[in-house]
Design a protein around this ligand. Structure first.
Ligand code: PGA
Length: 235
């Protein structure tokens, strides 16, 4: 284990809330997700940063149970939600069926827009379902022009060129887009796309960036904790 992960810095310099969100995508079975949680969870006890883990649907009940039993300060999110309510929708998972396990749901991720032809209309319906199920939607947008429904309180700016490519946006441009997203509405804005422990600080120190949505770098619990540690050192 990593020693004194969250010893507080002498001069905290960021007063805003910071979020670190792990998106496992279609990775980790139940056993692997629980192992990740068993490694990460105990290290979060003194974390000042808000941490969310989004495993696959099949992991949600076990992960939620493990979080509750151990009392880990970690929120749980789903990676998707049906655009429909409960009913005759084969293969779908309605918000009301997962609301007991999750606080958040990712909506509008570019991998869903690209691979599953999700449009702004479908995404708006999913946001409605999330709200009706008391789940907070975390809306992913690809630029400042993506439609953001009024009910959304947290957004992740994720430019397509940066997702899983090893080529993040510049922190300056991400900050600029985050600022534009905040101009017309009171939202928190995360940045996502090729963030890891070596570049995370550049993004977190930007005025308009309230956290990070991590894909690949979230899978390795040690790398993930390094990132959370850096975020905590900025609080
Ligand atoms: P990445 O993915 O960190 O692997 O680039 C981010 C995301 O898709 O949310």
């Amino acid at each position: 284990m990593i020693d004194s992960l969250f010893s507080l810095p002498e001069v905290p310099n960021l007063s805003k809330d910071l979020w670190i969100v792990a998106n496992f995508k279609s990775n980790k079975n139940i056993q692997q997700a629980l192992e990740w949680l068993g490694y990460v969870g105990p290290e979060l006890r003194k974390s000042l940063v808000k941490v969310v883990v989004c495993p696959t649907f099949v992991c949600l009940p076990e992960i939620k149970k493990a979080v509750l039993v151990a009392g880990f300060p970690i929120l749980v999110g789903a990676q998707d939600i049906s655009r429909f309510d409960v009913g005759a929708y084969t293969g779908e998972v309605a918000g009301k069926l997962i609301s007991e396990f999750v606080d958040f749901v990712l909506v509008g991720h570019s991998e869903r827009r690209q691979n599953f032809q999700e449009t702004d209309q479908v995404i708006a319906e999913k946001i409605t379902q999330a709200k009706n199920s008391q789940i907070k939607p975390l809306l992913c947008v690809q630029n400042e022009n993506t439609a953001v429904p009024d009910s959304v309180e947290i957004v992740a700016y994720e430019p397509i060129f940066a997702i899983g490519t090893g080529h993040p946006d510049t922190a300056g441009n991400a900050n600029k887009v985050a600022g534009l997203l905040k101009k017309d509405r009171p939202v928190q804005v995360l940045y996502g796309g090729s963030v890891h422990s070596k570049n995370v600080e550049e993004f977190l120190v930007q005025d308009n960036i309230d956290g990070i949505l991590l894909g690949r770098a979230s899978l390795d619990p040690e790398e993930f904790l390094k990132i959370v540690k850096i975020a905590n050192s900025l609080k």
